[in-house]
Ligand binder design. Structure first.
Ligand code: AVJ
Length: 324
């Protein structure tokens, strides 16, 4: 994929331009797949915020607990000037870090990066009011665009962070090249802070992705509404059903949209007509569940050496701080 330049929100704000080539590719293969980045149009980002508050969805509150507990320690160890967050969303959990850095640094910068323009713009404005001493610049774009931009725009000592276990969306190969890219954006002495969801019993995992209020189902189905407005599509959402199952061999949740009867879908802006069979499904997301020691080894192989790890009392979620 060719990286497009990022839009710097402070100067001008515009929707992310997406050519949709990945949609054509994903819907033309068997089984069909779509990139989880298409979850996050503005309505999708709001649904994700709702997911984070569900009783069954433990990752957000568990990670938030760890961050609140150890933010001062992280700030003291890293003592860096530029905080860069990939996939910042509403930046709610990040506030623990911003509060900690504001206490120790005189000139600190925060760059939240997200594909969802609405939520990014709102949170940048709110955060700037709440943290007047921190220089905040929102960047609208994908991870790929962000990493290319960061590699050639190095200013000062950095901590790049990637929270919420979004790393789990990558398969092992994608994960490997992502971490290579991350390492390229950092200079010796810089830090990378990674939040990962850890392996745990299947029933807890499946409940987290099949909540009783149906918010996760709405979030999954919203991807089709997103494609409808973005690419002039005619997906009929009522013909698909949300499904999330845990694959214990690959240690991952798999989210599907299961087609209820055979029909054709047209995406006019992509000049694409796709046939769907009853019973087939679109894989919209994988959410891998990790093991701390294995992840530390993988990070180390990229020159990202663990400084410290933190977890919660149950060992459900892990935070790894590493340094180049
Ligand atoms: C934001 C990718 C970490 O995998 O748990 C939540 C997204 N999908 N419920 C996850 C998600 C369904 C979430 N990540």
């Amino acid at each position: 994929m060719i990286a497009q330049p990022l839009t710097v929100l402070d100067h001008h704000y515009q929707e992310l331009k997406d050519d949709g080539k990945d949609v054509i590719k994903g819907l033309s293969q068997t089984p069909k797949t779509l990139s989880p980045k298409y979850f996050y149009d503005d309505p999708g980002s709001l649904l994700f915020e709702k997911i984070c508050e569900l009783p069954e969805y433990y990752p957000t509150r568990t990670e938030a607990w760890i961050l609140n507990q150890y933010a001062d320690e992280i700030a003291a160890i890293t003592n860096c000037c530029e905080l860069i967050e990939l996939g910042s969303g509403s930046s709610t959990k990040t506030q623990a870090l911003l509060t900690a850095y504001q206490k120790i640094a005189d000139s600190c910068r925060y760059l939240p990066i997200d594909v969802s323009g609405g939520i990014l713009k709102t949170s940048v404005l709110q955060l700037q009011e709440k943290y007047p001493d921190i220089n905040i610049h929102g960047l609208l774009g994908t991870y790929e665009q962000a990493l290319v931009h960061l590699e050639s725009n190095y200013l000062q000592s950095r901590m790049l962070f990637f929270l919420g276990s979004s790393l789990g969306n990558f398969n092992p190969e994608e994960c490997d090249s992502f971490l290579t890219q991350v390492a390229r954006t950092l200079q010796p002495g810089d830090f990378f802070l990674l939040g990962i969801d850890l392996q745990k019993p299947k029933d807890i995992l499946e409940a987290a992705y099949n909540d009783s209020q149906g918010v996760t189902a709405a979030f999954n189905l919203n991807m089709l509404s997103h494609l409808n407005w973005r690419f002039q599509g005619d997906f009929d959402i009522s013909l698909f059903k949300h499904q999330a199952i845990y694959n214990g061999v690959d240690n991952r949740i798999e989210m599907h949209l299961h087609c209820q009867r055979s029909h054709w879908v047209n995406l006019a802006a992509l000049d694409l007509k796709v046939s769907f069979e009853a019973g087939e499904s679109i894989l919209t997301e994988i959410s891998r569940k990790f093991d701390l020691a294995t992840m530390e080894k993988q990070l180390q192989s990229k020159g990202l050496n663990t400084v410290k790890t933190w977890t919660d009392g149950k060992g459900w979620f892990g935070l790894i701080l590493c340094q180049v």
